[in-house]
Ligand binder design. Structure first.
Ligand code: NAP
Length: 257
């Protein structure tokens, strides 16, 4: 029988109790990894664990804890506890992203700007800093940052969010280069419009959805599961020679820089 692509690997996925993060966590677990899920609320963690258990993913493959990506002590505790219970972190998926402001960029309150950069960019930096030494000691690892097509093509009304996602494109490149000697690969997933609670404002109203679908070559918005396989691939041995890349999963939405 063929060995699962991620057998023996330990994965940490942030913001993974619903939407894209949950789909990624589920897929990594199905592909053989032991996965630690997390988000801000214990109730979300419990609900997601219940869901995954009902799908047959037991305690041996999925566990979870609270972690607010904007709180450095939560990020450190997430990594510490994973190391304590599993002895390693081989895969990090930094997926947390927020967009608490809509409007003209220069009207964005400083607090909202700071929150966007704390959660979307600084958390990715802090997590990479926490896991890289352990990955290096294990002889390698894989980090995937969840960006957005907004990082390539700033979206109307979400300028600060778009700028934060553009920063992740740069963070991916710079970390990939710096960590390559340690065999730690760093890549980025740039989803298009994916059907989750986060994006519902842009597709829930039928006329807006039709306009949006006209801008997408495939004529539809994406599903969280359609992002998950790409992340699993990037973390697998099949991607052993891929680092510093951003993979767009957007159904042909035109978004290149
Ligand atoms: P979602 O379905 O709304 O899920 C958000 C998840 O993040 C939940 O599990 C939530 O749980 C958790 N969360 C929220 N704030 C958090 C924080 N500060 N710290 C830790 N966890 C937090 O969102 P999504 O659409 O899957 O988005 C996931 C990522 O994909 C984000 O980085 C987003 O920018 C990116 N993205 C999404 C789309 C899209 O169209 N959906 C497109 C491009 C990029 P709690 O409430 O318990 O914290």
């Amino acid at each position: 029988m063929q060995r699962a692509a991620l057998a023996g690997k330990v994965a940490v996925v942030t913001a993974s109790t619903q939407g894209i993060g949950l789909a990624i966590a589920r897929r990594l677990a199905r592909d053989g990894a032991r996965v630690v899920i997390s988000s801000r609320k214990q109730a979300s963690v419990d609900r997601a664990l219940g869901l995954l258990r009902a799908e047959g993913l037991g305690l041996e493959c999925v566990s979870g804890r609270v972690c607010h990506a904007g709180k450095r002590e939560d990020l450190a505790a997430l990594v510490d506890e994973t190391l304590r219970s599993h002895g390693a972190v081989d895969v990090l998926v930094s997926n947390a992203g927020v967009s608490p402001f809509a409007g003209r960029t220069l009207d964005c309150p400083e607090e909202a700007w700071d929150k966007i950069f704390e959660v979307n960019v600084k958390a990715a930096f802090l997590l990479a800093k926490l896991v890289a030494p352990h990955m290096e000691r294990r002889g390698g690892g894989s980090i995937v940052l969840v960006g957005s097509i907004a990082g390539y093509h700033p979206m109307p009304a979400i300028g600060p969010y778009s700028v934060s996602k553009a920063a992740l494109l740069g963070l991916t490149k710079v970390l990939a280069r710096e960590l390559a000697p340690a065999n730690v690969r760093v890549n980025c997933l740039a989803p298009g419009v994916i059907r989750t609670g986060f994006s519902s404002a842009v597709w829930s109203e039928p006329a807006a959805r039709r306009r949006l679908e006209e801008a997408i070559d495939m004529g539809r918005i994406g599903e969280p599961e359609e992002c998950a396989g790409t992340v699993s691939f990037l973390c697998s041995p099949d991607a052993a020679y891929i680092t510093g890349e951003t993979i767009v999963v957007a159904g042909g939405f035109h978004c290149r820089l």
